[in-house]
Design a protein around this ligand. Sequence first.
Ligand code: M6R
Length: 606
Amino acid sequence: MISMCGIIACVSKEKIPILKTILNSLKKLEYRGYDSVGVAVIDDSLFIQKEPGKIDDVAKNINVNGIFAKVAIGHTRWATHGKPTQKNAHPHSDCTNSIALVHNGIIENYLELKKELLAKGHVFQSETDTEIIAHLLEEELKETHDFFDAFKTMIKKIKGTYAIAVVSKSDPEKIFLAKKDSPLIIGVGKSQNFAASDIPAILEYTRDAIILHDGEIAVLTAESVYIERNNVPIEPKVVKVLWSPEMAQKRGYPHFMLKEIYEQPIALRNTLDIPETELLNAAQTIVDAENIIFIASGTSYHATLHAKNYLIRHLKKPIYSVIASEYDSLKSLVDDTTLLIPVSQSGETMDVIRALNDLKERKANTLAISNVYQSTVARLANHVIYTQAGPEIGVAATKTYTSQVAVLMLLSYTASFLNGSLEQSEYHKYLEKIRKIPVMVEKNILNSELQARQLAQKIKIAESSFYLARGQSIPTAMEGALKMKEIAYIHAESYPAGESKHGPIALVSENFPVFFVAPRDETEKKILGNIEEMKARGANIILVTEAGSVAIPRADTTFILPKMTLTIERAINLIIPLQLVAYYTAVERGYDPDKPRNLAKTVTVD
Ligand code: M6R
């Protein structure tokens, strides 16, 4: 059983209605998984409640206000193997019901450990890998009466990835933590401390955080944080989190996704405001490298394609974008002259981490782009640029995507300027235009909203759709199709428009929605022919274009943006109507766009 989940733990000096805190924090982690939910509270006894379902549904069966205690843990789960049943939900406990733990990760050697534990008479309640941790601890406690010693011995025995929080009746005012390859942070509060998978979970209670690193184990009490690695104590380094709790709330929007679409102007403004030396240094690494490999998954991969396509033309050296899970094909190209650019919103995507770890061994330089401070990907790289999009809760990436595009294109222009392929005066004109992008995006969202809503009502019955583009807009078509697929569950296929006649067009019949991303660049006239081909077969033509486009009269629905000239302007603006259409189509079809089925925000399994 593999899990990809969110964990939370809280220890308080006074007794508080602790499940209120735990469930409130879990809500902020629901994006990490929402198959099942569970909590454990240590008071005079150990109380565990867990059920399949989403947090709000499960919370109805929990006495949220009636339980006063000092220590509790919670878990929200996303299962990839096995069913999300009550028994498989976390927390898990031992045979004596004295220990409770939550876990995010995979215990790779759990089958052999389970065999040994079964031989010693342990009885298992679930099919999970996680449960063996509770029984291992129970076993170790037979040898020592110190729970921390038992915890350390247990950690040495397990192999795999983990963020673990454990509570025990034998040491009831402490929380025991361990981290390897799965994210875990500590929140330092006033007479209250926390541990969580991610920062939004603690923001309502504290903005002082400690980022745990791989191989570290920790013990929290209400007023202390103890961390050690290899039996050597480590001085905890507290960092101030700049995200405010409000940034992780819906603020009146019906869904996080819509709120995050609307936050794009501010996310872009903050992201584009990179200190000059940071930008120049990062761009210089691009110029210095002999070849460059972008590594990313999903939406982040689409963001890299914009930069790759631009840089290939302007730097005239080998530049690749690789889907992180397929990095192996490029391995032989990597050496100490290579620059690897991993791009990951969360910085915790396992495919990206694995690729980076493996390729880094070939002595390549690394420049990470991440939205999460001190994320694993950020920490693995030699240089980091953070997108400043703030927390993104909707599973479908929106504001983090346009922020990634912004930073990648700004870097690309700066690298072209540094290597002489873009003249200084041109570069300054570009920067001037880039400064205006947040305002353009603000207008674009407002202008597109109503039309996106109306279009969603028409296409909500579609089973399938195409997203076509040519040249530099192909990544935008790919991203638009991914949005439609993942939240509205309408099959959406993106294709280079010129290629669609080589097969996909066979699917087109009366009213089949075909989205064309067709800016007024060098592809404007050519794509007109592709529009006609689709129109001749009765397709419903949806055009995202710029004012004055020759294609406008041929479309059934048109999103008309102002005339643009730069790739960065187009890459950021043309996707916005497509985000809105996907969002409203999901809503029209009765789905929750924030929690698409079968998906989790951060994919920490490979
Ligand atoms: O956190 P990352 O940027 O590494 O995530 C990569 C993908 O899992 C992510 O972009 C995914 O495709 C989103 N669901 C897209 O909306």
